[in-house]
Design a protein around this ligand. Sequence first.
Ligand SMILES: [Zn+2]
Length: 258
Amino acid sequence: MFGWWTRARRRRLIAKPAASNMRQYLSANLWQWSYLPDDVTERALDWLRIFAHEKYWEGCGGFDLKPHHPWLVAGQASLMTLAFPEWFFDGCRTLLIYPGDYVAPGITHMVNGQIGIHGDQPRSGQTSYRGPVILNWTAIYEAGRSSNDGHSLTVHELAHQLDFDNGPNSDGVPPLPKHVNAEQWQRDFQMQLDELRDRARIGYTGLVNDYGLTSSSELFAVSSELFFQLPHELAEHHPELCDLLLACYQLDWREWIV
Ligand SMILES: [Zn+2]
C-alpha cells in the first residue's frame, strides 16, 4: 500500500491543471477515450497524469521523445486500471520507446518456470520481471488510432507486468479482486488455453493468434489486448475467456463501446 506521503504527493500533482492540450491530444489519438463517461474520463485523466509523471521515460534508437508521447501510453494503460485506481504498475519504473521494431540482443527470461535463452531477434516490445517495459511508437500509435485488429502493444506488455505481480514466473495469473477465487480462475484460464489449442489443431481460427497459444502468460497478454480493443468480438467468439478477463479487470467495455 502507498504511504500517506505518496498519496499526498499525487493529490498535489493532480490538483495542478493538466497540460492545456492533453485532453485534445487524447481525444484525437486514443480511440476509446471518447467512449468513456465523463466521470470516468476525469478519473482516467488523474491516473494517467500520475503514471506519466512517476515513470522514467526514454526515447531509444533515435526516437525523439516529446512530452505528449507518454500521455498516449499512459492513456492506454489507464484503461486497464479503471477499477483499480491505485494500481500504478509498480513493478515497472522505466519505459523505453523505440520508433519501430528493434533488434533485442540475446535475452533470458522465464518460460513456465524454466529459463529460456534466445539469440538476437527483432522485437516489437518486451518486458520482464521488475524490468523496463520496451515499446515501439509505431505500434503504440496504431493501437491508439483504432481497434487495430485487436492489437495493442502497450496493453500486451503491461498485462505481462500484471502477471508478474505475484512473482517472476509468468504464469498468466494477474492480481485478482478478493471475491474472485484465484485458484479456480487459474484452472479455468488453463482450460481455455487447452481448448483453444485443441481447436487450433483441427484448424479452427478464432480471435486469439498462435502466439497467444504459446503459454498461459501469452494468452493473458493477447486476450487482454482483445478485451480492450475488440470487446464485443471477444465476448462473441470466446465468451468464457471474456468472462475471466471481466473478473480480472472488473469492467465491461461493451457497456461503453457501441
Ligand atoms: Zn508477450
